[in-house]
Design a protein around this ligand. Structure first.
Ligand SMILES: [Zn+2]
Length: 435
């Protein structure tokens, strides 16, 4: 068992009492009178995975958009689908994503929500606060959420209003979930005005709110910021989102964001595909975590990811999936497997850290084999708004297994994390090993 990826305890075990993990260590040293012993055989127990960057509301777009190098074209197709969705369709889309991440052993998530209706679709009647974290359980798993509310707007005069509206979403989320769940997500340097960027970084710093932003994702974004032209510029102008007085910052995206206040407090940058060495060093020095999304990277056929440079500089890198609109999976382990050839010399524990401890650090969450909470069932989410009274479905007799994953090892190996990375390990559902 590995309480964290860099700490392997052979012949290890976890002692649970009621719904809590109370001890972790060598199984033979654990002696609890009356405890039921479950022998998992050749198995690996690991912390639950954390997918630090995704957009679950786009899950219904799985397989609908073809891989492309045309990023602005992809945004247009995405918008064409999403703006037509009813609240029910949006809810179904989110649910599909929730089920998929739960089945992949994800117990922590940094989810970006663009539409305020999403909050209601997700939360009302289906989750409740705990002391530490928000959660939403699915199939016996609890998922800790960092709910990043997206802000978009290039018009300076709308900045305050947009921020205010978003902070109001915080109160809605707070009324269902604890404060810790809320985060700000100014979308990207090409879609948010300088004033709004400044205010977001300022407020995040002053109120200790988590913040994330897409940045240095494409060459078009660089062009937009440096020169104020190119395909992304054309797209933004065609949307009618660009004010007449707009002028390009004439800086590279991360340099521009630093000027706007990125780095005042810890932040998570999604992608950073085109960050240069200076920017990478700057991010390391300013506690900026980076979410590398290998499946999405492949979808857009980006230039090779500067992973080695990031790790050498000491950037906290996590591996995430982005949404099913540009990824074939929401499973962070699959994303890690796709990325592994990029740095074959990197130990398996370092790769697994990118979807557990590093990702948790990026979201300011815990990631360890942690205390679990009373289990509840999420299937009530299927019933829609009329069935809130049935939403709890308590099942107190069993430990939900949240916080950790159990993998059965398909063949014997020296180091179980190598087997995990190679694909020689199968994730067991909590139900299968608890009975
Ligand atoms: Zn994204």
């Amino acid at each position: 068992m590995a309480p964290t990826p860099h700490e392997l305890i052979r012949e290890g075990g976890v002692l649970c009492r009621a719904d809590r993990v109370v001890a972790v260590g060598r199984a033979d040293g654990m002696d609890a009178a009356g405890a039921q012993r479950i022998d998992l055989g050749d198995a690996l127990i690991l912390p639950g995975f954390v997918n630090a960057h995704t957009h679950l509301e786009l899950s219904a777009l799985a397989g609908r958009l073809a891989p492309t190098c045309d990023f602005p074209g992809w945004i247009c197709s995405l918008r064409a689908h999403v703006t037509r969705w009813s609240l029910d369709e949006l809810r179904a889309s989110i649910l599909r994503g929730v089920r998929e991440i739960a089945a992949a052993g994800v117990t922590g998530i940094g989810n970006i929500t663009a539409r305020p209706e999403t909050d209601a679709a997700l939360f009302v009647g289906h989750s409740r606060a705990t002391d530490d974290y928000a959660f939403c359980d699915s199939g016996g798993r609890r998922i800790h959420w960092r709910c990043f509310c997206e802000l978009l707007g290039l018009r300076e005069e709308e900045a305050e209003g947009l921020l205010e509206k978003t902070l109001l979403r915080q109160s809605l989320i707070d009324s269902f979930w604890p404060r810790a769940a809320f985060g700000l997500a100014p979308h990207a340097p090409y879609s948010v005005s300088p004033k709004l960027l400044r205010r977001c970084f300022e407020v995040a710093d002053a109120k200790q709110i988590a913040i994330t932003i897409h940045a240095a994702e494409t060459r078009e974004e660089e062009r937009f910021c440096l020169l104020g032209d190119g395909a992304l510029f054309d797209m933004v102008r065609e949307f009618g989102a660009l004010p007449d007085e707009w002028r390009p910052p004439r800086k590279r995206p991360l340099e521009y964001l630093a000027e706007m206040g990125l780095g005042r407090s810890p932040a998570l940058v999604a992608h950073a595909n085109y960050a240069n060495d200076d920017e990478i060093r700057w991010m390391a020095a300013h506690d900026i975590s980076v979410a590398f999304c290998p499946t999405s990277h492949q979808f857009f056929d980006h230039a090779p990811y500067p992973l080695r440079q990031m790790l050498a500089a000491g950037v906290n890198v996590c591996v995430a999936t982005d949404s099913l609109a540009s990824s074939t999976t929401l499973d962070p382990l699959e994303a890690v497997r796709l990325a592994a050839p990029l740095c074959p010399e990197l130990p398996a524990a370092d790769w697994i850290a990118m979807i557990t401890t590093n990702a948790a650090r990026a979201l300011n969450m815990k990631c360890e084999i942690a205390p679990s909470y009373e289990p509840r069932r999420l299937d009530s989410l299927d019933h829609g708004e009329g069935s809130q009274s049935r939403s709890s479905g308590e099942n107190p007799g069993r430990n939900a297994g949240a916080g950790f994953n159990v993998f059965s090892l398909e063949r014997s190996c020296n180091h179980p994390l190598d087997a995990l990375l190679r694909g020689d390990a199968r994730l067991l559902s909590p139900e299968s090993w608890q009975t």
